[in-house]
Design a protein around this ligand. Sequence first.
Ligand code: F0G
Length: 454
Amino acid sequence: MPPTTTSSPGVRQTAFRFRCIACGDLSDKARQDFRCARCGDLLEITYPHWKESGEGHELKSTWRQRRLSQSAIDLSGVWRFRDVLPGLENDDQAITLREGNTPLYELPQCARITGVPHLFAKHQGMNPTGSFKDAGMTVAASFARLAGFRWVACASTGNTSASMAAYAARGGMRSLVLVPDGKISWSKLSQALDYGAVTCQLRTDFDGCLRLLQELVLRAPVYQLNSINPFRLEGQKTLALELMEQLDWQPPDHIIVPGGNLGNSSAIGKALVEMRELGLISRLPKLSVIQAEGANALVRTVREAAGKLLVSVQAETRATAIRIGNPASWKKAVNVLEATEGACEQVTEVEIAQAKAEIGAEGIGCEPASAVTLAGLKKLVKQGFVKPAESVVLVLTGNLLKDPDFTINFHRGELFKGTPDEELSAALKPLRRPPIVLDATLDAVMRTLEQAEK
Ligand code: F0G
């Protein structure tokens, strides 16, 4: 019998170690910057005692059973999968906001637009703070508190900071946020403030914020919660587990994710490989990563350096969540592309705006960075990489309400005004629904209704 530590079904403590992704060095402890003590590369979490096969069936039924439980740990769509996560000694150690449990939606209109009938969206924007970050944060924040830290910190384009601030507050810790001044959306900034973070708007970009944080954590007793922290990626893995469960363990042909700092693609790829090792799925979906053309470090790394050397860029895009030029997890992402035979593509600002409006018109909506997935899918179909008969899941990473300025400017026709993209974006006019200012008369409203019917 594995050691059972609580009363809920199937709970066991999952032993883990850190492994360097470059030199393979194994260790029981990680430095505060989560870099290999021998070679300085990134660490990942590994589970030496996992059986290679035969556990799949048992795990599936344990996870299904936990859906009937009302305990906080089982109501979390992350900790419900705790058998494949770093183990806690007891349930109370988890800081949870009932993250995960996100919907898988069909996208009938986008299916028609792309010519791919089996098209779905896994909407991570339906998490407690409105982004996929919560799935990783519940795990990493719990381990921060377990390690006795009073302060946690991150560099962020907005979503990580919102999520970190929430989990720190729930866990009784203080949080320090480093964000690029003027380059994150107001909604995300307001979340960090509301959840009580000490928020520093630095006169630099995201890459500058992350560089500074890496130095800070070596000097101050502050626990870093960026996706360099491998506990974050373990939590983010559960997106893929939950997705497969929703699809009755029949993997789709393709999963498409946005790429910024490249933690999420790395986490999903790790989950897919582990699921196959555990016998939970029999084949790997192709995992493709899409970037904004102005923040295309991975695309260039793959095309210009065959994935061997990072080609960093000076990032610029209206999809501020992925405005990142020097992605920390690029090596992990390259490995995932190779393991799953996925593609890497880039999309323009106008393509992002169009795709975002099309996802909005499905009654779902997402933030701009998430819309790169649909824009990328259109390209991958055109290239023949995605075939019409294949099934595709887009990972929508952030909620529509994360960036209202983008949405309102788009519908008002102001998003590209006075820029070189203005002419190109004129083609998007039929997608725009600008607010209409009227006299408060029945007549005026009736006329508007009639016009809209035409
Ligand atoms: N989509 C959204 C909405 C994001 O906020 C991010 C990253 C990504 C995609 C890219 O994911 O970095 O794992 O490749 N946001 C980070 C932040 C960087 O600070 O909130 P990634």
